[in-house]
Write a protein that binds this ligand. Structure first.
Ligand code: ATP
Ligand code: MG
Ligand code: FE
Length: 345
């Protein structure tokens, strides 16, 4: 089954074709992402109305480009998947409207996908993917969650952030040290030049039981360290390294706890912060020590993309699930309320 996937929940327009006839990485026939970062940079954050309008401009050209790259005509597609939520309502409506119109015109089944289920399942698009049950760490710009995955569509929240998401903490910390929006990836690159241990920050909430996170206090610690420093390039790198080590250690400690609580040795990681090199290495070490493994999507599929939506949608469409023809989006949506997918992949 060849599924066209459309992502437009925030500031990335993503389109992809996933073909279930060739599972694993070979199933991804083509994918393209257009990032609106430059559009929003001067405002220091995403402006919802500008985001919606840019999705309108970019979506159809991106659909044409992706189909051309996949070597497919639009009438060779068997189903359509689009992000129905959570996200910015106007942005979601653009993707849902285009997806619904295509499905109606081509008489195809279409399904609204939960954006975080898309992130969660992205590692399963790669070769040698694990089968549930496993534990998932979702670390993106808006979410930090540990989820017990009992099956596709069967998700139990084990813990989540009480304030900032991990990606948000990276972006805000970068900003207060003068890096342009969104500074997360730049902060991580800078940490690579930093001296480990020169600045030591707390590992929040690791000294008590539980699987919740809190990252907002780290910002304040960084702010105080930055203000009291010489503010040289090397110091900025050293603080970045101290911050990254604190976030990575905290995530790794909680992941190991979650594996113990769930009785699993497989951790699946996704969302933008999943692209972080030090996090990938640390979680791989932790899982290997337990005789298990840590699974990630390739870095380009950690951040928002259409491939994860095509893939998650394909699993549901294949199981016979689809939505009615209404253009319906769900800006706030609990992943635990999703229906299970009974059939295996
Ligand atoms: P959500 O999925 O929760 O709605 P989002 O879609 O905005 O949020 P993603 O696109 O998954 O989030 O990820 C973007 C986030 O990932 C940003 O906060 C960015 O700073 C962070 N990020 C990306 N690359 C890295 C990296 N190498 N190290 C740390 N953080 C990173
Ligand atoms: Mg984004
Ligand atoms: Fe996302």
């Amino acid at each position: 089954m060849k599924v066209l996937g459309i992502e437009s929940s925030c500031d990335e327009t993503g389109v992809a074709v996933y073909d279930t006839a060739t599972p694993g990485a070979g199933g991804l026939r083509a994918h393209a992402v257009y990032s609106q970062i430059a559009l929003h940079a001067e405002y220091g954050g995403v402006v919802p109305e500008l985001a919606s309008r840019d999705h309108v401009r970019k979506l159809l050209p991106l659909v044409r480009q992706t189909l051309a790259e996949a070597g497919l005509r639009i009438d060779e597609i068997d189903g359509v998947a689009y992000t129905a939520g959570p996200g910015l309502v106007g942005a979601l409506l653009v993707g849902a409207g285009v997806a619904r119109a295509l499905a109606w015109a081509l008489d195809l089944p279409a399904v609204g996908v939960h954006h975080m289920e898309g992130h969660l399942l992205a590692p399963l698009m790669e070769d040698d993917a694990p089968e549930p049950p496993f534990v998932a760490l979702l670390v993106s710009g808006g979410h930090t969650q540990l989820v017990a995955v009992d099956g596709i569509g069967r998700y139990r929240l084990l813990g989540e952030t009480l304030d900032d998401a991990a990606g948000e903490a990276f972006d805000k910390t970068a900003k207060l040290m003068g890096l342009p929006y969104p500074g997360g990836p730049q902060l991580a690159a800078m940490a690579g030049q930093g001296v480990p241990g020169r600045f030591k920050f707390a590992r929040p909430m690791t000294d008590r039981p539980g699987l919740d996170f809190s990252f907002s206090g780290l910002k304040t610690q960084v702010l105080l360290a930055w203000r009291g420093s010489d503010q040289s390039e090397q110091t900025r790198a050293d603080i970045a390294r101290g911050f990254e080590d604190a976030v990575v250690d905290t995530l790794a400690i909680k992941c190991e706890r979650a594996l113990e609580a769930a009785g699993s040795d497989v951790i699946v990681v996704s969302g933008g912060v999943g692209a972080n090199k030090r996090l990938r290495a640390k979680l791989q070490d932790m899982a290997a020590r337990r005789g298990g493994r840590a699974c990630f999507p390739r870095p380009s599929l950690c951040t928002d993309n259409g491939a994860m939506i095509a893939f998650a949608g394909a699993l549901r469409l294949q199981a016979g699930q689809h939505d009615d023809a209404a253009v319906h989006v769900v800006p706030r949506w609990d992943m635990a309320s999703l229906p299970p997918v009974a059939v295996g992949r």
